[in-house]
Design a binder for this molecule. Structure first.
Ligand SMILES: *Cc1c(COP(=O)(O)O)cnc(C)c1O
Length: 462
């Protein structure tokens, strides 16, 4: 299995190389040269299997000879061992033919744990074998950073630095990043917004001297291994509702387009998905783009679903690559236009995108209403991101096709908004109930690339 860059000029890589590299050297993102297909019989055979065995069978063809079967099974087992639910990704029913896929039973209470716990174990296994050491730098709007720190803390061959926008993450998110005591963990509070953090990270990757000097590795949602880990729960959920004999649809609360892109890959592998619905909050650049208005950046408006407060949706590049017939030069051109403010999508590419995706948005008031109405109708307490999904799913779903909305975080991760909507203060699960008492450790830093690079160079273990 080979991986190619969406901008067409970086070298082809193996799974291991693509995973350790993150961003391609031509600025693009790695995608499989060809998406492997599963037959209907292979999909049907997933029924009743554990999450871990499903994960093994779905991901195996993408991994090539990076790991043998036994090692890959052991990696998967370690990755999901710390989850607080035996099903890992349980499906609950909200209404007739509308289901919620609970992806918040991992150690930091958001779906990011599915990918990050796996990638932590994949990195550890690969680096132990090679004896190499890497520096992981991540940018986060909250959940990626906490999940990365939880997955990499204390690992012997890794230093991890997380850039988060100062004052723009929830208290639980911040504490999950600032309270781990392991010395290889560094939380950096940047005076800027999430797009500033993500831009700084991209600049570090494009500075080859810095990149090679610190052996920079990326675990943001652009890392192919993260997308791959997320493909699994589309299979487990669809199969438990009757796939491959029955089609299902998914609605996905979307920011960086990583989670929904995993659904697109699942569909490409042969999983019978009817519709894939992109749900955005008031930062609705993707919804506007998919409605035919081009992709044009505006200001980010902080919302009660902060993990989706995004203008530059980095994984969108992967689907644009397919929409433009896998023409890397065309994608590079669009991304150059995006740097200058935005781009319009060609008619052919737009037809492709609208064939693959539906989209909708939820305002702040609609998000709050979805939390209170869902509690009233089903007893399920939603986090604000999941509520955006439920609102859009109710609006766009075909009642005859089962709709699965992804619940991307636990309500206790965003207690202020949940309390405002429902009057209930959602408690943290007992295994982390002392989070508010643990001491914090954080370094505040200017939105200045050189300052960040200096800090990182000065704090990696020698
Ligand atoms: C990251 C995140 C999202 C958005 O996922 P993308 O893969 O970036 O589209 C939605 N909800 C929560 C809670 C998240 O942490």
């Amino acid at each position: 299995m080979k991986y190619i860059s969406t901008r067409g000029t970086a070298p082809e890589l193996s799974f291991e190389e693509a995973m350790l590299t993150g961003l391609a050297r031509d600025g693009g993102l790695y995608v499989p040269a060809e998406v492997p297909r599963m037959t209907a019989a292979e999909i049907a055979a997933l029924a009743g299997l554990s999450y871990e065995e499903t994960a093994f069978r779905v991901m195996r063809p993408f991994v090539g000879d990076t790991f043998n079967d036994e090692d890959f099974r052991a990696i998967i087992a370690r990755a999901y061992d710390g989850f607080g639910h035996a099903a890992r990704a349980p499906l609950v029913q909200l209404a007739p033919n509308h289901f919620l896929l609970e992806l918040f039973h991992g150690p930091t209470l958001a779906f990011k744990d599915f990918a990050m716990q796996l990638i932590g174990q994949l990195f550890q296994a690969a680096l132990e074998r090679s004896g190499d050491r890497v520096t992981i730098v991540g940018a986060t709007s909250g959940d990626t950073g906490s999940a990365a720190i939880e997955a990499f803390k204390g690992l012997s061959n890794v230093d991890v630095f997380i850039l988060f926008p100062h004052g723009r993450v929830s208290e639980v998110q911040r504490r999950q990043m600032t309270t781990p005591t392991e010395s290889n963990v560094h939380a950096l509070a940047v005076d800027g917004d999430f797009d500033d953090c993500q831009a700084a990270l991209k600049d570090m990757f494009n500075d080859f001297q810095f990149r090679d000097g610190v052996r920079l590795a990326g675990v943001n949602s652009i890392n192919w291994a993260r997308v791959l880990a997320q493909v699994v729960y589309y299979f487990s959920a669809a199969v438990s509702l009757g796939a491959p004999d029955r089609k299902v649809s998914f609605t996905v609360p979307t920011g960086n387009f990583g989670d929904i892109f995993a659904g697109y890959i699942a569909k490409g592998m042969g999983l019978p998905i009817d519709r894939l619905v992109v749900a955005t909050n008031q930062n609705d650049i993707l919804h506007r783009c998919l409605s035919g208005q081009g992709y044009h950046k505006g200001p980010t408006h902080p919302s009660i679903s902060p993990s989706m407060d995004i203008q530059i949706s980095s994984n969108f590049e992967r689907v644009l690559f397919d929409a433009y017939g896998r023409d890397g030069a065309a994608v590079a051109q669009l991304m150059a236009e995006l740097n200058a403010g935005g781009f319009d999508v060609s008619q052919g590419a737009m037809e492709f995108l609208q064939e693959q995706f539906d989209s909708g948005r939820a305002s702040e008031a609609e998000t709050l209403a979805a939390i209170s109405e869902t509690l009233r109708d089903s007893t399920e307490l939603l986090c604000p991101h999941s509520a955006v999904g439920v609102k859009v799913a109710r609006e766009l779903r075909n009642p005859e096709v089962p709709m699965i909305t992804l619940a991307t975080a636990h309500p206790a991760k965003f207690p202020a908004a949940v309390q405002k909507a429902s009057g209930i203060h959602p408690p943290l699960p007992p295994r982390m109930s002392d989070l508010y008492e643990r001491p914090e450790r954080v370094h505040r830093i200017a939105n200045d690339l050189d300052a960040m690079k200096d800090y990182i160079r000065g704090h990696i273990a020698k």
